[in-house]
Design a protein around this ligand. Structure first.
Ligand code: AMP
Length: 489
């Protein structure tokens, strides 16, 4: 359903900021929650990242601020520093035209800056429970004027053992406050917390994460069945990856792929049904925090856990059920961000690819295997950028001392630098770029065979529809409908 921010009752300063953020329409969760929150109701929202929940709780609390005093009127509790920074940044952005003062308060940052900030007076505090308690105990943070308290990613906070801190903070705020709780899952401890500290909360649940297919670049690479890992490695070298999920058909294959990638030096692990709940959470936390760039998963596991949004989804194996494809690629390209989904398919899987394309009403764009030269160039570019970073940061004391010694011994400056680079890159240069078996030949044979008259079922017209000419594979204008997979929220 289409609705506008005006219709939700938001004031013009906030709407202006939303326009500047290029938000044209509210997301589902915003449409469903903002009016009630503006009226001061408590809210229990089940929603994941990517649904627009941050704006859903931030906009009403900004609108409900009354004047500017010394003490904060709104407090947003989040589980991690990274999230504290992100949420504080969003609140600041939305509240820009109200001249809202926002402070983010989390561990690991110097106390003095945070204290100075609080002393100048703030309207909204965004922080992690531990540091908030610290500052309360030191008498530096007074929560007596809080009108709205938000618990964001409550399930995560409780999993991280913050329950006592959260309760202590709740107890330090006025009882007539508005309480808002967002959580991706609603395990018992979260429900109990809501029952104990919330006043007749409304319950709102967001549907599946918003998937707008246009935001996801969906690509296809034909591979030789014996060279899948090698082909994937090449893609991992050339794609601008942030965080990626790799899907396989079975658990055993997930482990196999993960080991093969580990051997090639990648930070990768498996999230599998074999792991205990605790071990799974550890893997997910490492992935979320960026210690692991790659996670290998199967559909069953991926559906059951809350995996954060990723820049890339690789379908190492095509899913058997096209619906799984939609779920898989929905992990990338979440609201507002772009994403890439690359599927590997063997020549035997032509029909499966066709069924998939039929299901999503869209053609996957064929890509070519990254060539050796492209990988070398990319490795060089990455190395150069790291080198420049060190030069820019001026962090070279030890190196300069050694260079001085070598120059004094009569070596040439450029040669010293070149030798140092060679040494620094020894491991990387030794990392082989695997040979990938060509798939062209099998594809050609298959094509020829499929051009023979067919007995039944598989018509020549279908084959013709599937054959991809050069123009298409280069991503030129396509004829097929560009219908959205799932209606945007
Ligand atoms: P969140 O679920 O709060 O983490 O938000 C996910 C992403 O959606 C963020 O990048 C927001 O900037 C973006 N976003 C939130 N609301 C809207 C909206 N109404 N229209 C477009 N993008 C939005």
């Amino acid at each position: 359903m289409n609705s506008t921010f005006q219709a939700l009752g938001l004031r013009s300063e906030l709407i202006q900021a939303l326009h500047e953020s290029l938000y044209t329409h509210p997301t589902d969760i915003q449409r469903l929650t903002i009016p009630g929150l503006l009226q001061g109701h408590d809210l229990l929202g089940q929603a994941q990242t990517g649904t627009g929940k941050t704006a859903a709780f931030s906009l009403p609390l900004l609108q409900r601020l009354e004047g500017q005093g010394q003490q904060p009127q709104a407090l947003i509790l989040v589980p991690t520093r990274e999230l504290a920074r992100q949420v504080a940044d969003s609140v600041w952005r939305y509240g820009k035209h109200l001249e809202v003062r926002v402070a983010s308060i989390y561990g690991g940052q110097s106390y003095s800056r945070q204290i100075a900030r609080l002393e100048r007076g703030v309207d909204v505090v965004v922080g992690t429970p531990g540091r908030i308690i610290d500052l309360m105990d030191k008498g530096l943070l007074d929560l007596g004027a809080i009108r709205t308290l938000v618990l964001d990613e409550a399930d995560e906070m409780l999993k991280m053992g913050f329950i006592e801190d959260v309760e202590k903070i709740l107890a330090a705020t006025p009882t007539q406050r508005q309480t808002v709780l967002f959580s991706a899952t609603l395990p018992k401890p979260v429900q109990e917390l809501a029952a104990r500290y919330m006043n007749q909360p409304r319950f709102i649940r967001a549907g599946d994460p918003e998937i707008t297919v246009q935001q996801i670049r969906q690509q296809l690479l034909w591979v030789h069945p014996d060279s899948k890992v090698q082909a994937l490695s090449r893609l991992l070298e050339t794609e601008a990856l942030d965080r990626a999920l790799i899907f396989t058909r079975t658990r055993a294959r997930a482990t196999e792929v993960s080991l093969a990638l580990q051997q090639r030096g990648y930070g990768v692990d498996v999230i599998s049904g074999d792991l205990s709940q605790e071990a799974r959470e550890t893997v997910l936390r490492r992935f979320r925090q960026g210690d692991l760039a790659l996670l290998v998963a199967t559909d069953v596991v991926a559906r059951g856990v809350d995996i954060p949004s990723v820049s890339h989804v690789f379908n190492f194996d095509l899913p058997t059920d096209p619906q799984d494809y939609v779920h898989r690629i929905g992990r990338t390209g979440r609201a507002g961000r772009s994403g890439v989904a690359i599927s590997l398919a063997t020549p035997d899987e032509r029909r499966r690819v066709r069924a998939l394309e039929h299901f999503i009403q869209q053609r996957l764009r064929e890509i070519e295997l990254p060539r050796l030269e492209a990988i070398r160039l990319r490795r060089n570019a990455i190395f150069l950028s790291k080198l420049q970073q060190i030069l820019d940061d001026n962090a070279m004391e030890l190196g300069l001392e050694m260079v001085g010694e070598l120059l004094a011994a009569g070596y040439d400056m450029a040669e010293v630098a070149a030798a140092a680079i060679q040494l620094a890159r020894a491991a990387e240069l030794a990392r082989p770029i695997d040979h990938v078996k060509s798939v062209k030949e099998i594809m050609e044979t298959r094509k020829e065979r499929s051009e023979l008259p067919q007995k039944r079922g598989h018509s020549r017209r279908d084959d013709h529809k599937l054959s991809r000419d050069k123009d298409r594979s280069q991503g030129q204008k396509r004829q097929q409908p560009r219908r959205e997979l799932v209606r945007p929220l």
